[in-house]
Design a protein around this ligand. Sequence first.
Ligand code: NI
Length: 190
Amino acid sequence: MAIRKVARMGHPVLRQKAKPVPQNKLNSPALKTLIDDMIETMHEYGGIGLAAPQIHESLQVAIIALPPELGQKEKSKKEEEPQDVLTIFINPVIQVLDPAPQGFWEGCLSVPGLRGFVERPRKIRVEYFDLKGKKQSLVAEGFTATVIQHELDHLEGVLYIEKMKDMKKLAFNEESEKFLLEEDEQHLAD
Ligand code: NI
């Protein structure tokens, strides 16, 4: 495992369409190592999601911390506090189930220090492969739907900035907290 350098806005790898992981590479040691590195890097930088292009690997792989009810891991009976479950998305395909826009403040490890208000479809379905090469599917709405769309956009070479409608709602973290965020607003830093 290794902490990898995060690509920042301006690096061409963030603008490429990531390549699918070949079927015969699912469940491979190389892919497992890449994902271990992504997990370690995400924890080091304090994100809630990370896409492979963000560590200079143009592959359709993303990891996202999901609320416990959406995670794939079996629940432990001993756990008192339900915890987010890190879910691995390989070759994901997204489908919009409800296009009604909902907005959240988003941040991105590849655009450090900034935050912007983005509206996205409120409900989606994602089909993807897990690390064992098994096909999975989940439906997400609300904030989780935004987090997933943000991460999967990285696989298309898209950053949240160009999804913004009002560039006046792009701000540095400190200023956005001081002047722009409502108290109850959730925000995403990944
Ligand atoms: Ni991001």
